[in-house]
Ligand binder design. Structure first.
Ligand code: SAH
Ligand code: F3S
Length: 428
């Protein structure tokens, strides 16, 4: 071991998947990985630029790292992820190396060129190891597309991650095979627009269906679907394979056609709703989640009411809700009148309130049902309570031995609140 390294991961599942690759590169370079980033010789920040708030948090940590460096001048700080794609004097000053997502493979070269940290101050093995979300041996992410070809006017991702690059299907099938043989229980296919996948004769529906049929004992999920690319074949692949989990994340963004148009989302509310009806008809227990932005430039109170109406009609199982954050270099910067920040926040609060009450009703319908859940980890508050995930991707707490982690359990749901189900184990 030449030193200790830590990885701080922010943002989306794609970053979590990328952090696994970063971890492999760090280990190959001779570092041991620790969760105590304050005590590491090398810290890699895998950053997110999607909203200003994300960037502010990361800048706060970079400030703390500056203080660490004052005590331990050999500390090396690397910035990767989406912030690293936006030229910034600030980052050049704070970091020893900056690698944007499209050049992630450069990390190994950079590591090879670093001077080894001076001797080990602390005993090896005395720091808590880095437990990566991604690295459980039973749950994995598999990126199938990197980058994005859409140009949603609010979104920084096309700038930070570049245009779409699709992984060859043969490679993905081989990787799935390896994971399945290694005993992985759940694989989540990832892409900014995962269902736009296209490589040779392979489209997303064919890829998903093939994987699901070849590995009937592996559960498959996928994130994130764009409504524009949602085909009947994808619905068919979901409906005909019991191991494709009945869960669909389908970002809506706004319930107003005029806002959708200015966001360049390329669908209307009616088109979106017809996809949802088709999915719900074909996959009766499907859980649906979404992303919504309020306070997009030019959004009127009437537009916002249309979003609230849409949420009432669609009754999502969960929703990620944000107020609009202006991102430098995105087309929306030059669009329409800005909604004052206080109004954006106030709309968001109303939206969250509404969704919370809908979720309570939706979750309560699950009470008394039996579900097969994947036990993921010990809950935060009680070592005898485990956190599991339902097929519909809901968090479920149950009393069970820690030995059940990484196994499927049959659970009877006993009660539910807006964000969590509570159940009892009835068998394996
Ligand atoms: N297709 C991507 C979307 C990435 S961003 C995916 O894989 O999920 C995730 C969500 O963040 C978007 O769906 C959108 O709702 C929200 N978002 C993106 N840019 C934003 C901005 N400038 N302000 C507020 N929310 C934003
Ligand atoms: Fe962003 Fe739209 Fe692509 S939200 S990631 S530009 S589909």
């Amino acid at each position: 071991m030449i030193g200790r390294a830590s990885i701080l991961t922010y943002g989306c599942q794609m970053n979590e998947a990328d952090s696994s690759d970063i971890a492999v590169a760090l280990r190959d370079a001779g570092y041991s990985l620790t969760a105590s980033w304050e005590a590491a010789d090398l810290v890699v920040m895998n950053t997110c630029a999607i909203r200003e708030k994300a960037e502010d948090r990361i800048k706060g940590t970079l400030g703390q790292l500056r203080a660490v460096r004052a005590r331990r001048p050999w500390l090396v700080v690397g910035v990767m992820g989406c912030m690293a794609a936006q030229s910034s004097e600030y980052l050049e000053q704070e970091a020893d190396f900056v690698i944007p997502p499209v050049q992630a493979a450069r990390l190994r070269e950079v590591l090879a060129g670093l001077p080894p940290p001076p001797g080990l101050g602390e005993e090896a093995g005395d720091l808590p190891p880095l437990q990566m979300e991604q690295e459980t041996d039973f749950k994995r992410y598999l990126p199938i597309i990197r980058g994005c070809n859409y140009r949603c006017t609010f979104c920084v991702v096309p700038n930070t991650r570049g245009p779409e690059a699709n992984e060859p299907a043969e490679l993905l099938l081989a990787e799935t095979e390896r994971m399945s043989e290694a005993g992985v229980l759940e694989i989540t296919l990832l892409g900014q627009t995962v269902n736009a996948y296209q490589h040779g004769d392979w489209d997303f529906a064919r890829l998903l269906d093939t994987m699901a049929r070849r590995h009937p004992h592996v559960a498959f999920r996928f994130l994130t679907s764009h409504p524009r690319d949602f085909t009947p074949q994808v619905i068919e692949a979901m409906a005909s394979n019991a191991n494709v989990m009945p869960y669909l994340h389908l970002p809506l963004q706004s319930g107003s056609d005029s806002v959708l148009r200015r966001m360049k989302r390329l669908y209307t509310m009616a088109q979106y709703e017809s996809i949802v009806s088709a999915v719900r008809d074909a996959v009766p227990d499907v859980a649906l989640s979404t992303d919504v932005i309020c306070g997009f430039p030019g959004e009127t109170e009437e537009d916002f009411q249309l979003t609230l109406d849409a949420m009432r009609r669609l009754r999502y199982d969960s929703a990620f809700m944000f107020y609009y954050s202006e991102r430098p270099g995105t087309p929306a910067v030059k669009l329409g009148e800005k909604v004052p920040i206080a109004a954006r926040k106030e709309r968001l609060a109303r939206l969250i309130e509404l969704q919370k009450s809908i979720q309570l009703e939706v979750n309560q319908r699950e009470v008394d049902r039996e579900q097969r859940c994947l036990v993921e980890r010990v809950s935060k508050r009680d070592p005898e309570i485990m956190l599991a995930r339902t097929p519909g991707n809901k968090s479920l707490l149950l009393r069970a031995p820690q030995a059940t982690i990484g196994s499927w359990q049959r659970v009877q749901v006993q009660r539910a609140d807006s964000f969590t189900l509570y159940g009892e184990r009835v068998g394996a």
